[in-house]
Design a protein around this ligand. Sequence first.
Ligand code: ATP
Ligand code: MG
Length: 553
Amino acid sequence: MSSTDKPTNFLQNIISEDVQSGKTKQLVTRFPPEPNGYLHIGHAKSICLNFGLAQEFGGTCNLRFDDTNPEKESQEYVDAIQKDIAWLGFEWNGEAKFASNYFGQLFEWAQHLVREGKAYVCELSAEESREYRGDFTRPGKNSPYRDRPAEESLDLLDKMKDGELAEGSASLRAKIDMSSGNMNLRDPVLYRIRHVSHHNTGDTWKIYPTYDFAHGQEDSIEGVTHSICTLEFQDHKPLYEWLLESMPVPSQPRQYEFARLNLNYTITSKRKLKALVDSGVVDGWDDPRMPTIAGLRRRGYTAKAIRRLCDMAGVTRSDSVVDLGMLEFAIRDELDKNAPRSMCVLRPLKLVLTNYPEDKTEVMTGPYHPQRDDMGFREMPFSRELWIEQEDFREEANKKFKRLVIGKRVRLRNAYIIEADAAVKDAAGNITEVHARIIENTVGNDPEDGIRAKGVIHWVDAPSAVSCAINLFDRLFTHESPGSGDEDFMEQLNPDSLVELKGCYSEASLAKAEIGKGFQFERQGYFTRDSRSEDLVFNQTIGLRDSQGKFNS
Ligand code: ATP
Ligand code: MG
């Protein structure tokens, strides 16, 4: 048990032992995103883990961009990733680091491997390489270039670097074991030729290191002690260790793997998320329906709720799928406790109080939060014409409908009890207005005649209301596991994932709603102001209750 008395995970245990035995003087971890897309909720787990362990053990965590695939990377992604990590509440050690800063050192180490007889330049074509590689049932065959003299490989490596060889015509490979049961050890490629510009190094390099050649060496240069990655890298570990042992690297980091975070109804693959963005299915990486950190933020999720999900999901070594309801629970619970309440009418219907003077305005007061006196009270103007929700009125209804019905009473939240008299209709028979009367002396009191109201509805004062637009969201996918099996995730999109409402009315104070702050619109859910729109637009963060009913607090 740690000092907080929470159960510890296997990584905390390993590090704790390493610290106690003196093997680890100071913990150094790293978070190594590739800048080829925005961070998503799965990355948040790795971030919370790496930065969290560093905090817990008084160590440091580096942010290192694994920018070894120039075609897919960009400065936009570098900037977005830094913004998101900082927003999640974590601070990396010193400046952000880049794999590309180490390209010179990596190249020297590659030459070292060649001189030691541990790497060679191979000129098999892609097709031949596949053939020579074998598969899980067949061992591979040695490349005919495997035993060429080191001098020849060094010369070719220089030519590769200087752009004298065409893409695909040669690669640098480690000389390990073509019959290994671990495919990663069958003379893996260390450098490939790419005649493309890099977002950081421009046109300096015509060759780029593979993930395997770069990762462990970068860890070593940075003095990373515990290099934590997801389970799919388990089979790469022997290569990670082989490379570190074969080169004069400054330190010996160790790799540890944990299970990635999977959420149902959610895609956590940058490639697929990018396809959604590129096809225009969503409005950018920060579309509020996206499981990206930027999307969740725009939707009104808080860093705290995201960290809480990562905490609840735990750190294990077996793959599992977490219910999206758990993330929804985390934000709903937080907003329930902290979000100021206000009123907003989504689909407005005019209510005219026929016995209320035309020139009169009262000021009603209501608590910002029903259980939080510390949050104080808000004031709401009240006058003859109000907006109520269309669905809160019916001409006739049975007893189950505890809202406004002709001849019946309802309480207006924080204001009077009213009784409806008539519905005004247009030529097509649509209800355009409801006429009702206030029952005197019922603000904060029951009616003197003893006829109580059955329900409470929300409202907004018409003259002072501000007009706004509201985006309602539902899950982006209808399928629990989008894209699984032979299915195309693009075919599993929920056509109703976005409902845009215009001409909604909110309390006047919401005109100044701060971006990043969550509000409860009473009886409707939790909302936050959209950060991209110039007009007043609110995004629905989450409904008031879990529709699946699994995660109610
Ligand atoms: P890709 O390599 O397909 O572009 P990736 O998801 O591996 O995508 P990286 O930028 O390489 O993206 O990830 C950075 C770090 O985040 C890695 O250490 C990776 O293991 C971790 N990570 C990525 N997805 C998840 C996830 N779903 N759960 C936990 N950690 C994750
Ligand atoms: Mg990756």
